[in-house]
Design a protein around this ligand. Structure first.
Ligand SMILES: Nc1nc2c(ncn2[C@@H]2O[C@H](COP(=O)(O)OP(=O)(O)O)[C@@H](O)[C@H]2O)c(=O)[nH]1
Ligand SMILES: [Mg+2]
Length: 335
């Protein structure tokens, strides 16, 4: 099908999965001609929707993220929602089979016509992953998906990334991980909205319940957050189904908490502002390094600083000042 944003969107809204896949590939591409088409699609997809719940799922490889998304997603379908799943992997190293195996872990969701599972994770540098994930979410929202899961390996920066992309972060723990709580960063409890201990079945059932109690107690010590939310701690078996309904209710309750008093808008507004600053920073740097009309000058600065003829501070200050003066000239100055 040749490209036309309107035609593509209608096909996607009718549930044409091949076109959805193609559109997501466009959105993920960095080629300039693809970027232009992706932008046309996003413009046509309409404004950001506040009836859409973006749910980040984070935790170490093997904790059960994909398996749990499969059962939670099925519950949400039964409750009348349309579910989509994206995976992100901002690590430079390969993360083994955990994400590659996602499609096979999401056997039910992957086959259900009401759901869309993006099998390939968005990989690469943090900024690129954030951009592709944001755009993919907006596209999926624009064609009617209203519960979007973002699965991410809970390592390093990807943890905070997912909090900047989603409304609710579900943090998964393995039974026993909380023993004494030394192994768990306190930071985690500050930005995870719902906690679930997985593998609460068979031989691990008791350990999972113990870990749950320990986390409850720990969270009780921290008290409620500024916005009044106390992250609930659940124990869940994705295999036997125990605790899945309760967890699903808790996740939905957090969304209601956000929607209730304009907190969702506030959270997303903050995310958009952060994103704007990220784009300004990365755009300025990329522009300075890559603008053809400045290439010779930039090379001369580097040479002068490298050879010790100019101080790095002197050059940096004059570059920054010139950028800011140029900006004041074009947008005006408040003073
Ligand atoms: N017994 C049991 N096994 C589980 C549960 N959840 C996941 N698993 C298993 O744990 C392994 C890793 O699960 P997966 O969903 O791929 O983890 P991910 O890397 O976090 O996405 C798989 O073999 C699953 O079948 C659970 O609740 N109970
Ligand atoms: Mg997985």
């Amino acid at each position: 099908m040749t490209f036309d944003a309107g035609t593509w969107l209608s096909a996607m809204r009718r549930g044409d999965r091949a076109t959805i896949g193609r559109a997501l590939s466009l959105v993920e591409s960095t080629r300039p001609e693809d970027r232009a088409r992706a932008r046309a699609l996003l413009d046509a997809a309409g404004p950001e929707r506040t009836d859409v719940h973006r749910i980040g799922v984070t935790g170490p490889p093997g904790v059960g993220k994909s398996t749990l998304i499969d059962v939670l997603g099925m519950r949400l379908l039964d409750r009348g929602h349309k579910v989509a799943v994206l995976a992100v992997d901002p690590s430079s190293e390969r993360s083994g089979g955990s994400i590659l195996g996602d499609k096979t872990r999401m056997t039910r969701l992957g086959k259900d016509p009401r759901a869309f599972v993006r099998p390939s994770p968005s990989r690469g540098a943090l900024g690129g992953v954030a951009r592709r994930t944001r755009d993919a979410m907006r596209l999926l929202e624009g064609i009617g998906y209203d519960r979007i899961f973002v699965e991410t390996v809970g390592v390093g920066q990807s943890e905070t990334l997912v909090a900047q992309l989603t409304d609710t972060v579900l943090g998964l723990l393995s039974p026993g991980v909380g023993d004494g709580l030394q192994g768990v960063k306190r930071g985690l409890l500050e930005w995870v909205d719902v906690v679930a201990v997985t593998h609460a079945d068979g031989a691990m059932r008791g350990a999972a319940q113990r870990t749950r109690r320990e986390f409850r107690a720990a969270l009780g010590l921290f008290g409620a957050r500024d916005d009044g939310w106390i992250p609930p701690v659940c124990a869940v078996s994705a295999v036997e189904g125990d605790g899945v309904d309760e967890l699903c209710d808790r996740i939905e309750a957090h969304f209601e908490h956000l929607v209730g008093e304009g907190r969702l808008e506030a959270r997303r507004a903050e995310q958009r502002v952060r994103w704007m600053w990220h784009l300004i920073e990365s755009g300025l740097l990329a522009g300075l390094r890559g603008r053809p009309g400045l290439a010779a000058r930039v090379a001369a600065w580097e040479r002068a600083v490298g050879q010790g003829e100019e101080a790095p501070e002197t050059v940096a200050e004059s570059v920054v000042e010139a950028c800011l003066e140029g900006l004041e000239r074009s947008v005006g100055s408040d003073t």
